[in-house]
Design a protein around this ligand. Structure first.
Ligand code: NAD
Length: 438
């Protein structure tokens, strides 16, 4: 059972406040008020949504949309449907989007939205009515050049089709496809969007290793990889790792994990057929059932937490045996665990770099929608790789530029801090270029 301390340690807002403070300490050369401004959300909206349920009763739901920044372009960020959605969590995740877009250099600001609800307890019709009411309440506070939503936890391409249709009903006579990304392929979606985050994780890991980020491991080929979370991100990462010569030794989902026996690798095609049959990875023949906690502590080269936030924390970071942690999920490693892993020489490639493939292909979808044109999968993947390799190069260069005496000066010198400093410095620079208004 989770202790109160572990629960508090995993709060998204606290984790991101710590991340901001650690990066801010490296930005003493920038006017403090300017840096602090970059932490604040520009606008927060709370909407109350009455929904007629299938049984005729009326229930009220609360939705949020936080626009953190429009410095670099329209807001960009997912819509999450989960019982834990709150203004505080939405605000923290919106800031993370601003940093991610700035780091990868795509022309978007940061935003996030969500509705506190349990989709497992809602029918498809109820979810559609909830989505339409939410989008109609947001009105002109979203739009192709204002704030562009996308899928997140428990929302998908179908949800984005409803978002598009609702927005389109209220804005007839114009091309509304760029108002939302992550749409179905035949409704303006992009080739490669679904697997972009997982594929991008592998592009980033490959570049990090090419740059000599982890002495003794020069590439992906032959690397032994364990993945927590076998959903959209984890599954695409697993397949891309496999296609580039790595061995997937273990994966897990909410039911538990499976570990290939005798040091072999999992056959992903057979595993997918098994999961399609029973809905879970456990019980897969040719593998041994293990717990989720076991997967996090496996002896492997690369561990990819691709499920939920706060999974690697002060209570289990010391037992992580992987040589490299690659954050597929948003903020799966807490600040306390960052410190433990850093002290042990285990690099953590942070979410704003490792999982930026999703928002990058969302941007490519937006560009294709504006052009009213669609690109091939190869074109999309080439662009994706270019953006991520560029960002990985900048993060590694910044990481290597940190002075050797950071620890004595009370400064954090891990990859997450390097990525955040890189993102914030660019935002500060652009704020000054634009000039503080009025
Ligand atoms: P998903 O719902 O498709 O998959 C999540 C997976 O995690 C499922 O297989 C689920 O069974 C598993 N899971 C849940 N609890 C678990 C636990 N305790 N241990 C192990 N596995 C568990 O979601 P997704 O789209 O793959 O997103 C995963 C994470 O990546 C989320 O944190 C999301 O915010 C983040 N992310 C997703 C994208 C994207 O493009 N999908 C982009 C950036 C970040």
């Amino acid at each position: 059972m989770e202790t109160t301390t572990a629960g508090a340690e995993r709060k998204a807002q606290r984790m991101l406040d710590t991340q901001f403070a650690r990066a801010r300490a490296h930005l003493a050369h920038i006017e403090p008020g300017l840096v602090d401004f970059l932490h604040l959300a520009r606008r927060s909206i709370i909407v109350n949504l009455p929904i007629q349920m299938d049984d005729g009763s009326v229930r009220n739901f609360v939705g949020y949309r936080v626009l953190h920044s429009r410095l670099l372009g329209p807001g960009k960020g997912g819509i999450r449907y989960h019982p834990d959605v709150s203004l505080a969590e939405t605000t923290a995740l919106a800031a993370l989007m601003t940093w991610k877009c700035s780091l990868v250099r795509i022309p978007f600001g940061g935003a996030k939205g969500g509705i506190a609800c349990d989709t497992k307890a809602l029918s498809v019709d109820e979810q559609r009515r909830l989505t339409r009411r939410y989008i109609s309440e947001l009105g002109d506070d979203i739009g192709p050049f204002v704030d562009v939503p996308a899928p997140d936890l428990y929302t998908d391409a179908q949800t984005m089709a409803w978002v598009f249709d609702t927005y389109d009903q209220f804005h007839p006579g114009q091309n509304n496809l760029p108002a939302v990304t992550g749409k179905p392929l035949d409704l303006g979606g992009s080739e490669g969007r679904e697997e972009a985050t997982g594929r991008g994780c592998v592009d980033v890991a490959e570049r990090f290793l090419e740059l000599g980020g982890l002495p003794g491991l020069g590439g992906i080929e032959g690397a032994r990889v364990a993945i927590q979370g076998y959903g959209a991100v984890g599954r695409a990462a697993a397949r891309t790792f496999r296609d580039r010569g790595a061995a997937i030794i273990a994966v897990s989902d909410s039911s538990g994990g499976v570990l290939a026996t005798d040091g072999a690798h999992l056959d992903l095609d057979l595993l997918d057929a098994h999961k399609a049959g029973g809905g879970a990875v456990v019980g897969f023949s040719g593998a041994r059932n293990v717990t989720n906690e076991d997967v996090l502590g496996l002896d492997c080269d690369i561990l990819v937490p691709a499920a939920l936030g706060g999974q690697i924390h002060s209570g289990n970071a010391a037992s992580v045996q992987a040589r490299l942690v690659l954050e597929g999920a948003n903020r799966p490693v807490t600040p306390e665990a960052d410190d433990i892993l850093h002290a042990r020489g285990v690099p953590v490639v942070p979410d704003i770099l490792a999982n930026a493939g999703g928002v990058t292909v969302s941007y490519l979808e937006w560009v294709q929608n504006i052009e009213n044109h669609s690109w091939s999968l190869d074109e999309v993947n080439v662009h994706l790789r270019e953006y991520l390799v560029g960002a990985a190069d900048r993060v590694v260069a910044r990481w290597r530029s940190f002075p050797a005496d950071c620890a004595e000066s009370g400064l954090t010198a891990d990859l997450r801090t390097a990525a955040t400093v890189e993102a914030l410095e660019r935002l500060a620079h652009v704020t000054l270029e634009r000039g503080i208004w009025p």
